[in-house]
Design a protein around this ligand. Structure first.
Ligand code: OSB
Ligand code: MG
Length: 377
């Protein structure tokens, strides 16, 4: 690949946005109706921009990070490190950010923006810069907890008509065996999985074992958000493969979970693991171990969605991810064109960087506040 001179970031613009979801999304940890987030735009010495999107929620209910802690980390710690020295390759941020403990979602915003900028400067699609080969990616849907089994079946039917490659349903104690059974009976062949978002403990072992009957592709994060020990015990007791989401923040976490037998599949989410560079490390490790991975979602707007599309082009993303069409979430997205899905497939854009244009007018419409942070000197 051609080389470019090290990138000198001169300026960051934090666009803080609020967007209303088309429908509230209910999980075992609560319901999300509105998304507040920011788009970080990093501008280099040539005037080229790269974009990253925050995926944290307003409250620390999925992970400990929030939109406000992300902004604090960026302004007070991460952006000063970005401004400190030119960036030869986006991977260099792993070492530069290493002294800052955790805060992966904050780090991911910057990592994603720098990768976008890097790919634009190279003149290649982000997917290509990452080493991805796929021209299309397979995707599924994540269906929130519904008010009734009938409502759930209607949602499942809708996603099947749209051609999505698999259906994930959110479960929690009291909304688990019944909805799973109903969907399985209606659709015996449907690739189906369940996501508990950490709603169970080992005391629920018998209940979770009953799910084995329904031939789920996997059960996602049944136990503690920070656990890998009990998950290993549970995995020995059930046939359904366990997939970890919340518990995996790094390559090290992935290695330990796989060594312990805590899961057979890993959901890679950019924000949760600190960005694209760490995602690639986890992906490569899982590929060597023969562990399937797929790309998770955080109800992203267009910029985050575009990064997910690019990541999913890597070879070990062998299971359909949660990156559904923009129109499932938003009346209007902030990129043009929006992410569209046909027969469960997204065509990977072939233009430089994330490959979709940030729609400045749309972004403006949803902007609450804009902060400009400049490199000193
Ligand atoms: O656990 O995967 C999850 C949304 C918000 C927080 C956590 C999760 C989710 C989803 C939705 O399942 C995935 C999507 O459609 O973006
Ligand atoms: Mg999940």
């Amino acid at each position: 690949m051609t080389r470019i001179p090290p990138i000198v970031i001169k300026k960051a613009v934090l666009h803080r946005l609020a967007m209303r979801l088309k429908a509230p999304f209910a999980t075992s940890f609560g319901t999300i109706a509105n998304k507040e987030f920011f788009i970080a735009e990093l501008i280099d010495e040539t005037g080229c921009s790269g974009f990253g999107e925050s995926v944290s929620l307003p409250a620390p209910v999925y992970s400990e990070e929030t939109v406000t802690t992300n902004e604090h980390m960026l302004r007070d710690f991460l952006l000063p490190l970005v401004f400190q020295a030119p960036i030869g390759h986006p991977d260099a941020l792993l070492a530069r950010f290493a002294p800052i403990r955790r805060n992966p979602m904050a780090k991911s915003i910057v990592d994603c923006a720098v990768w976008d900028l890097y790919a634009r400067r190279l003149g290649v699609p982000l997917a290509t810069a990452l080493g991805g080969r796929r021209k299309t990616i397979d995707v599924g849907v994540s269906i929130g907890i519904q008010p009734s089994v009938e409502a759930l079946l209607a949602k499942v039917e809708e996603s099947r008509i749209e051609g999505y490659k698999r259906v994930k349903i959110k479960i929690k104690p009291g909304w688990d065996l019944e909805p799973v059974k109903a969907v399985r009976e209606r659709y015996p062949q449907l690739p189906l999985m369940a996501d508990a978002n950490s709603a169970y403990t080992l005391e629920d072992m018998e209940r979770l074992r009953k799910l084995d009957e329904y031939e789920l592709m996997m059960i996602e994060q049944p136990l503690g958000h920070d656990d890998i020990v009990d998950h290993a015990r549970l995995q020995r007791a059930i046939r359904t493969p366990i997939c970890l989401d919340e518990s995996i923040h790094s390559l090290e976490d992935a290695r330990k979970a796989i060594e312990l037998g805590s899961c057979k599949i890993i959901n890679i989410k950019l924000g949760r693991v600190g960005g694209l560079s760490e995602s690639i490390r986890i992906h490569d490790y899982c590929e060597r171990q023969g562990v399937p991975v797929w790309c998770g979602g955080m109800l992203e707007a267009g910029v985050g969605r575009a990064h997910n599309v690019a990541l999913t082009t890597l070879s070990q993303f062998v299971l359909p991810g949660d990156t559904a069409a923009s129109s499932r979430y938003w009346e209007q997205d902030i990129i043009a064109p929006e992410v569209t899905v046909k027969d469960g497939v997204i065509e990977v854009p072939d233009r430089p960087g994330i490959g979709y244009d940030v729609d400045r007018k749309a972004m403006e419409r949803f902007t609450l506040q804009r902060r400009v942070i400049e490199a000193s000197g």
